[in-house]
Write a protein that binds this ligand. Structure first.
Ligand code: SF4
Length: 149
């Protein structure tokens, strides 16, 4: 019973205070610029309780942009493994969803789901800040419903 209540309290805190880390797995930077836009006063994601975090050890959500390349796959896995559980992965942009324009390239593996379990896919090339914010709000609802890795 105590475990259950403790879990509920953690869930409530995480749902209302998502700490997000961003990693570019090899994209063109278009999606990254849109993610940076979310931090500007125009979008101001902190008003929604979402904080951009630099350390994976303090992050709940991993926002990935770009296709996974041979060069970044180990770093991607390392960042994910350093995040405390429960944790969530969001694939931002077409490249991150499926490989996008890099499909068929000999130096890319494809989308982020080739390496990590992805919880949410946000399409677009590039993905607009409004779409990323909408996705994070949807993820917040799922955190409240106890869907996690
Ligand atoms: S989805 Fe488009 S903008 Fe985003 S990294 Fe890929 S090519 Fe660049």
């Amino acid at each position: 019973m105590l475990q259950k209540w403790r879990r509920r309290i953690y869930q409530w805190a995480q749902k209302n205070s998502m700490w997000v880390i961003h990693f570019n797995t090899g994209g063109c930077n278009g999606c990254d610029i849109e993610i940076l836009d979310m931090l500007t006063p125009r979008y101001d994601i902190e008003r929604l309780g979402i904080l951009a975090e630099a350390s994976p050890r303090h992050a709940d959500v991993l926002l990935c942009t770009g296709p996974v390349t041979l060069q970044t796959q180990d770093s991607l896995w390392q960042i994910y493994s350093q995040m405390p559980s429960p944790k969530w992965v969001v694939a931002v942009g077409s490249c991150s969803n499926s490989g996008g324009i890099f499909i068929g390239s000999e130096t890319t593996l494809g989308g982020v789901d080739k390496v990590l379990p992805v919880d949410l896919y946000i399409p677009g090339c590039p993905c607009r800040p409004e779409a990323v914010i909408e996705g994070l709000i949807q993820l917040r609802e799922r955190i409240g419903n106890d869907e996690a890795h």
